[in-house]
Design a protein around this ligand. Structure first.
Ligand SMILES: C[S@@+](CC[C@H](N)C(=O)[O-])C[C@H]1O[C@@H](n2cnc3c(N)ncnc32)[C@H](O)[C@@H]1O
Length: 220
């Protein structure tokens, strides 16, 4: 799972690059120590949006809009993304970045708890990003499950890095060891268990960025 320094540099030297605004966003994240998904995972979000022809995307936990920006790059001009964030300052920053990029009219900025916001949205989603509190990932999936048509994709971040312990996750999934009392690691384990147990979906973990779980609906 851990990539060598050589492979990391190789991926960065050949991977997706930032435009001017994304570079500003990434510099801000670096300065503040804010956990954005980064360009390699961002490039994958953009590719998923393009492959799916995604017209409607929902994010649980948008920060200041970095991941949403990558989605929009892969979405058609009439596509819509819903950003959710319970930190007002982060969301205001997202609005500002999106206005400058000419993306604001394709985005809805929802201030508040994402788990409450989703209750106000009917209809289907092409792609969903789950990147908020780790102990609420499985709930987010269950909440949105019936709004996911065949071919839609749920992407969940922090499967191998972040506020989680990958060694503990390995011991749990490989040998059935008990997880320590850490709500984020337990939340990720619960999420992986939930999506893998659902026969209408296929799940693959991809070790890009902090590790993404791609969960695709394959049956109605
Ligand atoms: C890891 S960051 C998101 C980064 C973003 N997806 C990106 O890559 O640019 C998680 C964000 O989710 C927000 N958050 C966490 N739980 C939330 C919730 N229940 N509702 C809304 N926002 C939440 C946090 O305030 C934080 O800004």
């Amino acid at each position: 799972m851990y990539l060598s320094e050589t492979v990391k540099r190789y991926l960065r030297a050949t991977g997706p690059t930032h435009d001017e605004i994304q570079a500003e966003m990434a510099a801000h994240a670096e300065e503040e120590g804010f956990p954005i998904i980064g360009p390699d995972a961002g490039g994958l979000l953009r590719a998923i949006a393009t492959m799916r022809g995604a017209r409607r995307v929902f994010e649980f936990g948008s920060g200041f809009g970095y991941s949403a920006y990558w989605f929009l790059e892969g979405m058609p001009d009439d596509g819509e993304i819903i950003l959710t964030e319970f930190d007002e300052d982060e969301l205001a920053m997202a609005e500002d970045f999106f206005e400058r990029a000419g993306f604001a009219d394709r985005a809805t900025f929802e201030y508040g708890d994402a788990m409450e916001t989703i209750e106000r949205y009917d209809g289907e989603f092409d792609v969903v990003l789950v990147d908020h509190q780790k102990d609420r990932y499985a709930d987010a999936f269950e909440t949105i499950r019936d709004q996911l048509p065949v071919g839609s994709v749920v992407v969940a971040d922090n499967m191998i890095r972040g506020p989680i312990d990958v060694e503990d996750l390995l011991a749990y999934f490989e040998s059935g060891e008990v997880l320590p009392d850490d709500e984020s690691t337990r939340g990720v384990a619960d999420y992986i268990g939930t999506v893998r147990a659902d026969e209408a979906f296929d799940t693959t973990l991809v070790p890009v960025g902090s590790g993404l779980a791609l969960t695709t609906r394959v049956e109605p």
